[in-house]
Write a protein that binds this ligand. Structure first.
Ligand code: ATP
Length: 349
């Protein structure tokens, strides 16, 4: 068959550090088994490279990353590096400079046995956290005055813009089938919260057919544990989205299986990564769960327009988990690579 190189999507692969290096190859294995006609190019962006060059992402790599159709990402971090420059220079730079303002963090329970909840009728989780990804407390504005003295003052600024707040709320309405719940802390954080409330009401008015509800973040945390089956789409800021999505990951079986997408729906740019980090406590032993990365790859192909393939990958993951063909964190006894094989073989059959 003649190849059509111009139609082949170019995927930049950044496994980075720790668990990321183990799970990303499994995601690629599964994409290949699913028949994805994608061109993968791996880049040397990781802690060793940073320690050698002092550059989190070398300039030539950055040029390529800007041109890629999508970025498949593992996890970034290393105990040998104690400053935040490396993380900020890799993941936050990609999110901010590619303006990947939507962070999608779905949580779906694939097997009842993975739920930590006692009451069966409340276990059913199938929800999406839409997290603002380019503003809030993560922009790194602020400073430390009189650092290292007993008079030290530390200020971390919470940046919220009309554009940023409006566009993420609008995205959430587009993604919702049932209800959108907006989560903030506007009773205590009145300035930023005031802008969120104002734009929440303005955007909601344009979508009269979608149910809406507002929760303060403390109440949202409580409701998520009490009865997560009540939620469809939650839209929230950068910090609360980060925290609540670790909570929702635990509701479906843990950090090893939660996927995420960082996208700009206007430019089409996207970076896809598991919710978990480098898992230094278990990395390097062939036991980390590749499902979070595999489901992130499924989100990537969906974003690129291959919806059927995305659904097939998700179905294969669900089937492998239900059969107990998975890593030990979710009740199996397979290695990382064997767990990847268990998903891949279901796509080849
Ligand atoms: P980092 O500093 O890179 O964020 P971390 O340990 O703070 O690392 P995570 O990597 O998200 O945060 O790990 C949190 C917990 O979840 C750890 O106990 C880890 O063992 C577990 N975990 C994370 N990823 C996986 C995975 N892929 N499979 C199984 N367990 C995982």
């Amino acid at each position: 068959m003649r190849r059509k190189p111009h139609l082949r999507k170019h995927i930049a692969v950044l496994p980075c550090d720790g668990a990321g290096k183990e799970v990303v190859p499994e995601a690629i294995k599964v994409l290949r088994a699913a028949g994805a006609d994608l061109e993968f190019q791996e880049y040397d962006v990781n802690a060793d490279q940073y320690m050698r060059s002092g550059q989190p992402i070398p300039p030539d790599v950055w040029n390529d990353l800007q041109k890629a159709d999508a970025i498949l990402f593992g996890a970034v971090g290393d105990p040998r590096i104690d400053d935040s420059t490396y993380l900020a220079g890799v993941l936050l730079r990609l999110r901010f400079e590619l303006d990947l303002y939507v962070n999608l963090r779905p949580a779906k329970l694939y097997d009842d046995r993975l739920s930590p909840l006692r009451r069966e009728e409340r276990r059913m989780v199938d929800m999406l956290i839409v997290r603002e990804n380019t503003e809030g407390l993560y922009v790194g504005m602020g400073g430390r005055f009189k650092k290292g003295t007993e008079q030290e003052v530390a200020i971390q600024e919470d940046l919220n813009t009309y554009l940023g707040v409006t566009r993420i709320i609008e995205y959430a309405f587009g993604a919702a089938k049932g209800e959108v719940v907006m989560v903030d802390k506007s009773n205590a954080m009145t300035h930023a919260g005031g802008l969120w409330q104002q734009q929440w009401k303005a955007v909601a008015k344009k979508h009269p057919n979608i149910k809406t509800r507002h929760l303060y973040v403390d109440a949202a945390a409580m409701q998520l544990v009490r009865d997560p089956s009540q939620f469809d789409v939650i839209v929230t800021g950068n910090l609360f989205g980060d925290i609540l999505s670790d909570l929702t990951a635990e509701l479906i079986g843990g950090m090893g299986i939660a996927p995420s997408a960082n996208i700009n729906p206007k430019t089409g740019r996207g970076l896809f990564e598991p919710v978990h980090g480098t898992a230094p406590d278990i990395a390097g032993r062939g036991v980390v769960n590749p499902v979070g990365a595999i489901l992130s790859a499924s989100m990537m192909v969906k974003h690129l327009g291959y919806t059927e393939m995305a659904n097939a990958i998700e179905g294969a993951v669900e089937s492998a988990i239900r059969a107990g063909e998975c890593t030990r964190d979710i009740g199996g006894d397979l290695s990382t690579s064997q767990a990847g094989d268990a998903v891949a073989k279901r796509l080849k059959d």
